[in-house]
Design a protein around this ligand. Structure first.
Ligand code: C2E
Ligand code: MG
Ligand code: MG
Length: 278
């Protein structure tokens, strides 16, 4: 009896697993279709300079305008993209899309050169043609590369330090700015700041969330800001939701602010309106 139950349980388990695998395959096929039909759109979340409270740029965040399911966020599809075989196509699509949008931004915003930051996955970063793809695309769109920040997660780049060091150096020579994302979240080493030529550190929202109440989170935030200063780097916080967090970060010397306190990520037209209103 017990044996039979175990067997049935296993059958159900196997069935669930194969359903899950089938769903993933279907979703991945749908992502490929969506890439062809250009259903991915970038939204832009304003970045504010603490020193003069003005918008200086934005982070580009991908959204899927799914004809059936509405607007999907990265948590709904990004893992599937990165684990599938369309990762390179996806990364190139995001990069081209941002450059196309940057052309529009520059046409509409004449009095300021905005900086747009783009998330780079580790799969994309370590792809052998990554640097030349960026070089070709940015030539095609004829943009000023200093307007682009490439956002790389510190703990992911560490998986191959010597290769990462060379890639970052190359990107820097090409004129891009480099941001270390989620600095201090996982294994960090101050040595990375010596090895990697980066321009900015980004403080993860997990530290910002409780920094007003939790002394440890406040101290970590202060340490990252001080580290950035010592190494002559810029420092940006994300996930700022309240005025209190904003004022505290300003007081302890953070350079740039990003979060719902200023604005959600916005479609490009709304971002231009937001910029013109502030
Ligand atoms: P991230 O790089 O940490 O981006 C910040 C995330 O926090 C965004 O979520 C943003 O909408 C959200 N956020 C912004 N302000 C606040 C706030 O005040 N409070 C809270 N709780 N959240 C806030 P989103 O757009 O869902 O993106 C999630 C992640 O997906 C990003 O995390 C990034 O790692 C990845 N991602 C987004 N777009 C792209 C892309 O184009 N390419 C790649 N490779 N990854 C992307
Ligand atoms: Mg991130
Ligand atoms: Mg983050």
């Amino acid at each position: 009896e017990v044996k039979k139950e175990k067997r049935d349980g296993f059958k159900i388990y196997r069935k669930l697993m194969s359903n899950r695998a089938a769903t993933r395959l279907l979703m991945q096929a749908d992502i490929k279709r969506a890439l062809k039909e250009k259903e991915f759109v970038m939204h832009y979340q304003p970045v504010v300079d603490f020193h003069n409270n003005s918008v200086v740029g934005a982070e580009a965040l991908v959204r899927w305008y799914n004809t059936k399911k509405g607007i999907l966020e990265p948590k709904d599809f990004l893992e599937l993209v990165l684990s599938g075989d369309m990762e390179k196509e996806f990364g190139c699509m995001v990069f081209s899309k941002v450059l196309e949008d940057l052309k529009i931004l520059n046409k509409n915003i004449l009095d300021k050169k905005l900086t747009i930051s783009i998330n780079i996955s580790k799969e994309q970063f370590f792809n052998p043609s990554f640097c030349s793809d960026l070089e070709d695309t940015s030539k095609k769109y004829n943009i000023d590369r200093s307007q682009i920040e490439l956002k790389i997660v510190e703990s992911q780049v560490m998986q191959n330090i010597s290769v990462a060091k060379d890639i970052i150096k190359k990107l820097h020579l090409m004129g891009f700015k480099i941001v270390l994302d989620d600095f201090g979240v996982e294994y960090s080493s101050l040595n990375h700041l010596k090895l990697f030529e980066v321009d900015k550190l980004k403080i993860d929202k997990s530290f910002i969330k409780n920094m007003i109440k939790d002394k440890n989170d406040l101290n970590i935030t202060k340490s990252i800001i001080n580290t950035a200063k010592l190494f002559n780097l810029k420092v940006q916080a994300e996930g700022i939701e309240t005025k209190e967090q904003y004022l505290k970060l300003r007081d302890i010397g953070c350079d740039y602010s990003q979060g719902f306190y200023h604005s959600n990520p916005l479609p490009i037209d709304d971002f231009i309106n937001y910029f013109n209103k502030t």
